[in-house]
Design a protein around this ligand. Structure first.
Ligand code: SAM
Length: 262
């Protein structure tokens, strides 16, 4: 954990108030907390995905990756073991289940993911609503090929993985999807890129859309990007979970930012 993240995490633990939904007057947010954040997941439904994760964690094959994003702070080489990527880059436990629970609760018809990696979060998103169309973008061909196998192993037949730099693939994905009901932005964690993706995706959002940003406390720049997005007048409800930030555009509710302990 880097110093910035450690400081933010400590502040979050001290300041986050809404662990159980007490003192929340917004019915929408109360429902979100009780039915999504506090949902008890039946973990047996994730068996195939977690079996695939375990295989990836045990696979020491080396692959060549192209790093388009903010990059790994731990490893500057472009040859990585699959096991290393599986241990360091993928959504873990409760955060993966949160993606599943959000999709399961709100049933988005279209899901966009920026940053497929080995396909673990993609599988959680896709299996939460098998009738959704899921488009997931990944820059590294070798990583995307492994994610394709993850989709097969997890019976996630509703996913299209598109390979290329987000700069080249995002606008076509948006045109094809027409509306983005749900987006998980989990790649290229820099302030400028995060704000750019928000602006690019927003015109495709509706009042019902949900955007979830990963690693919002990973660096000062990511934190600034999150704070700017949360303060944006187009956003009605924003939820700060320290690691992830979620925004909603629902109308008719007072604009508010919640720091929720998760
Ligand atoms: C943190 S990982 C995604 C993890 C995955 N969502 C999960 O939770 O299982 C980020 C991925 O985004 C990809 N990426 C980063 N910046 C990119 C860019 N500008 N264009 C395309 N892919 C990019 C990286 O190759 C990496 O595989």
């Amino acid at each position: 954990m880097n110093f910035f993240l450690a400081k933010k995490t400590l502040l979050y633990v001290l300041l986050s108030g809404h662990k159980y939904g007490h003192r929340i007057h917004s019915p929408f947010v109360y429902d979100l907390i009780t039915t999504v954040f506090r949902a008890k997941s039946d973990k047996s439904q994730f068996k195939k995905i977690e079996k695939r994760r375990a295989e990836l964690k045990a696979d020491n094959t080396e692959i060549e990756i192209q790093d388009f994003g903010a990059g790994s702070v731990r490893n500057a080489s472009n040859v990585r073991k699959i096991s290393y990527i599986a241990r360091t880059s993928l959504s873990q436990g409760k955060y993966a289940r949160l993606l599943f629970n959000l999709v399961n609760r709100y049933k988005p018809s279209t899901i966009l993911e920026l940053g497929t990696s080995l396909g673990i979060s993609t599988a959680y998103l896709a299996t939460a609503n098998p009738s959704a169309r899921v488009v997931s973008l990944e820059g590294s061909p070798a990583i995307a090929a492994i994610a394709d196998k993850t989709m097969l192993d997890c019976s996630a037949g509703n996913v299209e993985i598109r390979v290329g730099n987000f700069n080249d693939t995002l606008s076509q994905a948006l045109t094809d999807l027409q509306n983005v009901d749900f987006a998980f932005i989990d790649g290229n964690h820099t302030k400028d890129a995060t704000l750019r993706y928000f602006e690019q995706i927003y015109p495709y959002c509706t009042e019902q859309s949900i955007l979830i940003f990963d690693d919002i406390s990973w660096s000062e720049g990511m934190r600034e990007a999150w704070e700017q997005i949360a303060a944006d007048q187009r956003v009605s409800i924003s939820i700060d979970l320290c690691k992830q930030g979620i925004v909603f555009f629902r109308k008719g509710i007072e604009k508010q930012n919640f720091v929720v302990r998760y």
